[in-house]
Design a protein around this ligand. Structure first.
Ligand code: ATP
Ligand code: ZN
Length: 218
């Protein structure tokens, strides 16, 4: 197996929350490919596209740099990366919300009350922008994981984190007080790939198939 230069390249998450739904979507639109463990990429047998399996955090960068033409990733990561990529279509799974949350007993109910406070998050760019747009000065503390325990540890007064069911917030005695971003899985493209006649026609064929499946699901 090797990458084919004429083929479109699509990056998807190797192993995580979006992986199963992404593979299912690709199979539902008729693409045939292998995806067993340890595999870094796979050629589609019946479509001129190769699929790369990577960490989701790397997808916006790979798409922006043209390492791949397309990527499927949470909108939260595309927005956070602040790269030159284009969102083509929402894919109707991986729904979650980037939210500001505080300890339930903090007495804080409005983000304005966080002026001068520390806010821990794995989304420092999105968090910085949210508070700057509201002229609320905060000290953003970048944390790579388990952000929801930082208020209890005294690291921060508030967090900005992804919420889907809310059970993780509840477990840590936190309550959401505001929304930074509504997210779901999306397909993104490199702008140069979109202006390439050959590539853009394959991308359009793929999107047509996605549209068919997504509208049937509504
Ligand atoms: P990787 O190993 O690829 O870096 P990860 O652990 O960073 O994976 P996952 O937890 O698999 O990432 O989440 C992937 C995406 O799933 C998120 O970026 C987000 O778009 C979406 N998602 C949906 N619900 C949630 C949730 N409750 N918490 C976190 N992410 C969620
Ligand atoms: Zn990740």
């Amino acid at each position: 197996v090797k990458l084919n230069g004429d083929h479109l390249k699509l990056a998807i998450q190797k192993d995580g929350r979006l992986t199963e739904d992404t593979r299912n979507l690709l199979r539902t639109v008729g693409l045939q490919f292998d995806a067993y463990k340890q595999r870094l990429f796979s050629n589609c047998r019946n479509f001129p596209m190769d699929i790369l399996f990577v960490r989701d955090d790397d997808i916006p960068e790979y798409v922006a740099e043209g390492v791949v033409d397309l990527g499927i990733v949470g909108r939260n990561l595309m927005v956070e990366a602040e790269k030159n990529v284009q969102e083509l279509m929402p894919l109707n799974y991986g729904q979650c919300t980037l939210m500001v949350a505080v300890p339930a007993d903090s007495g804080i109910s409005d983000v304005k009350q966080l002026a001068g406070c520390k806010v821990a998050t794995s989304y420092p760019n999105s968090t910085q922008r949210f508070f700057a747009e509201r002229d609320i000065p905060v000290n953003v503390i970048p944390i790579s994981g388990s952000v929801e325990i930082t208020p209890a540890l005294g690291v921060a007064a508030a967090i900005v984190d992804l919420v889907s069911t809310g059970s993780s917030l509840k477990l840590n005695d936190l309550v959401a007080i505001d929304t930074v971003l509504e997210s779901q899985s999306i397909i993104i493209a490199n702008p140069n790939s979109l202006s390439n006649t050959h590539k853009s026609s394959i991308i359009e064929r793929l999107l047509t198939r996605f549209r068919g499946v997504l509208s049937a699901a509504e």
